[in-house]
Design a protein around this ligand. Sequence first.
Ligand code: NAD
Length: 285
Amino acid sequence: MTTTLKTITVIGAGGKMGMRISANFQNSRYQVFYCENSPHAQMQVQAQGREISDADSVVRHSDVVILAVPDIALGAVSTAIVPKMKAGAVLLTLDPAAAYANLIAQRADIKYAVAHPCHPSVFLDRYTKEEHADAFGGVAAVQHVAASYEQGSDADRAELAKVVSVMYGPVEQVHWVTVKQLAYLEPTLVETVACMVGSFMKEALDETVKSCGVPEEAAKAMLYGHIQIALAVAFRSTNPFSDACMIAMEYGREKIIKEDWKQIFDEKELDIVIARMLKIDAIKR
Ligand SMILES: NC(=O)c1ccc[n+]([C@@H]2O[C@H](COP(=O)([O-])OP(=O)(O)OC[C@H]3O[C@@H](n4cnc5c(N)ncnc54)[C@H](O)[C@@H]3O)[C@@H](O)[C@H]2O)c1
């Protein structure tokens, strides 16, 4: 039977994600309790008009407990929190790494879910200043969410989607995948590849200015416009790359990309990168 989710506890409410999701919960129809350990972060929570609760008192009443704590702390924090949860409640984490690595404390009578924001798409139609300013999502620009709730029924997922859509709102769609698929999305697809390429482009920009003497404003103007057109052509086929551009792209591939780069999609490599992120020797199976 699907439980209607009404009461939520946010553990780590004064951290980066804790503050973002709490701001969205604050005016929602959910009853939400905010727990935070660090005195400085507690002050940030209170400054926004949210009271600090004691986890021992509120976790046992909560339908959903959200662990918004650093991934490397999830093993210890879940070991402390999970025994206090009521049977049938959902433990929600915000990143798949610790769940994939089997670091989260287990109990047969609670359910486990992960929900990660996709962030607003580079192709999103933005109309207002607020939408343009909202790069991260969760404020004004619409985003999707990638989530995993493998133990849940369709009805359970629909109920949890409501919670996730409030905490990361405005949300257009929640995509349900497995924990392993979520781990292939992040870190592999979006951090190992997309964020790495983003910071690589910044390095190339700096090098163009520093080593080749190109005026910075000219280099930025040329790069920012070409990032836009490269994405539009590659992902949307708005128009073809020119013949000369394709030759330059092929040269770039030969010089920059390793032939065996697709090994990042091997399960063994997924285990390696996640173990490295969690600062553990190896993934627990
Ligand atoms: N930061 C991001 O951009 C981002 C984006 C998506 C998902 N996430 C995920 O969100 C989660 C939280 O990351 P973050 O960047 O917000 O972390 P953070 O370090 O900014 O905040 C964590 C907060 O948890 C508090 N905390 C730690 N242990 C606690 C405990 N036992 N009880 C109460 N409070 C405790 C800390 O004092 C801190 O305020 C992680 O799983 C991360 O992968 C982060």
